[in-house]
Ligand binder design. Structure first.
Ligand SMILES: Cc1ncc(COP(=O)(O)O)c(C=O)c1O
Length: 377
């Protein structure tokens, strides 16, 4: 038997072993689930509405539900690790080769894969101060520095972001549109900015809400020229598959290959892949959701105007409204069975973010805000 020569003089604390970036890593605060709130506040879950996570209030396409019911029968088998069928369909949809598509466990996973591939301690990533918070979380997780550039009138300040690029910058994040502000930089301005930056850094264009827009930019010519841009999309929003966790990246073949290398072999489950394929083809359903969202945005904006509440015009499926003490209003609305999102973590303590619901859900929120105002006056 070999002699064990390790002599422990002093117990090593767990914190001495943990990677330094993990010790200081902030924790993501998701929208609160209905059951959680019901348990905590003793409410009937069926009476609670959640307008907190930018989910689709109309649910999931019936065709996707049917495809997922069929797929669940094969649950004993591992999923297709390469998401081959889904990548082929997405390639057709976007006019690129399947080898240019990477499917992830939600687009959040793709953001993390970008971190794996590009970020090391000492590197920098540039983003807006009130941009989707996962850009910052991923940057910090890999020990890199998040360089945050203030938004101007709730819009990304592209010139200042370009000026913030140094020789240490690896990536720049631009959400199109942004969450939580719902704002979108003009297409021509974004194109010129991408053109100027992509020679030097990886430009990540996060298009999680693209399907709600009237028009989206076409980046295929940039991929064809081998440019360093990555476009992110998700099935969590208009496609109504947030629970299944399916997102994808479109990039050059070289970039996609790097991302493929660092993902788990079976990162996207089979039910999600089946649901995503069917949801993609259900164009009628997507169009209906898009139109209902537009009507809901108008309903909420008109309601906020009636209540004299400032709001930020949005092109997403959510809207920022200024209510005073956002965290308190969030708690008070929650007690009344409506879950919204406080946004102090985005430097917006006077605001809440409201996901566009169905007509009756939006109506309920507006009535509660009206009663709330009346009680305060
Ligand atoms: C701008 C933006 N990007 C990415 C995501 C992540 O979406 P998912 O991981 O569900 O695909 C979200 C989710 O809210 C988002 O708002």
């Amino acid at each position: 038997m070999r002699d064990c020569r390790i002599v422990l003089v002093e117990e090593v604390k767990l914190t001495d072993l943990v990677a330094p970036s993990v010790l200081t890593q902030p924790v993501y605060q998701p929208g609160r689930p209905i059951d959680d709130v019901a348990r905590e506040l003793g409410l009937d879950p069926t009476g609670i509405i959640k307008l907190a996570s930018n989910e689709n209030p109309l649910g999931t396409s019936p065709k996707a539900l049917e495809a997922m019911r069929r797929a669940i029968e094969d649950s004993a088998l591992y999923p297709d690790g390469g998401s081959v069928k889904l990548r082929a369909r997405l390639g057709e949809r976007h006019g690129v080769e399947p080898s240019q598509i990477v499917v992830g466990n939600g687009s959040n996973e793709l953001l993390e894969l970008l971190g794996h591939v590009f970020l090391r301690p000492g590197d920098e990533a540039v983003m807006g101060t009130s941009a989707f918070i996962v850009y910052k979380l991923v940057t910090l997780l890999f020990g890199a520095t998040a360089v945050e550039v203030p938004l101007v009138n709730h819009l990304h300040d592209l010139d200042s972001m370009a000026a913030a690029i140094t020789e240490r910058t690896k990536m720049v994040f631009l959400p199109c549109p942004n969450n939580p502000t719902g704002t979108l930089n003009a297409a021509a301005e974004v194109r010129a900015w991408v053109e100027a930056l992509m020679e030097r850094v990886v430009v990540v264009l996060d298009e999680a809400y693209a399907e709600y827009l009237d028009e989206t930019s076409d980046w295929t010519d940039y991929f064809a020229k081998g440019r360093k841009i990555v476009v992110l999309r998700t099935f969590s929003k208009i496609f109504g598959l947030a629970a299944l966790r399916v997102g994808y990246a479109i990039a050059t073949e070289e970039m996609a290959g790097r991302l493929q290398r660092v993902r788990q072999p079976f990162n996207v489950n089979a039910i999600g892949q089946a649901g995503a394929l069917a949801a993609l083809d259900d164009r009628e359903w997507v169009e209906r959701c898009r139109q209902e969202n537009k009507a809901g945005l108008l309903q909420l904006a008109a309601g906020f105007e009636d209540l004299n509440l400032e709001y930020v015009p949005s092109v997403g499926n959510f809207i920022l409204v200024r209510v005073g003490e956002g965290a308190k209003v969030f708690r008070d609305l929650q007690k009344l069975g409506v879950i919204v999102r406080p946004v102090d973590v985005y430097g917006l303590p006077e605001w809440i973010r409201v996901t566009v619901g169905t007509e009756s859900q939006n109506g309920r929120l507006l009535t509660l805000l009206k009663d709330y105002q009346a009680a305060r006056n």
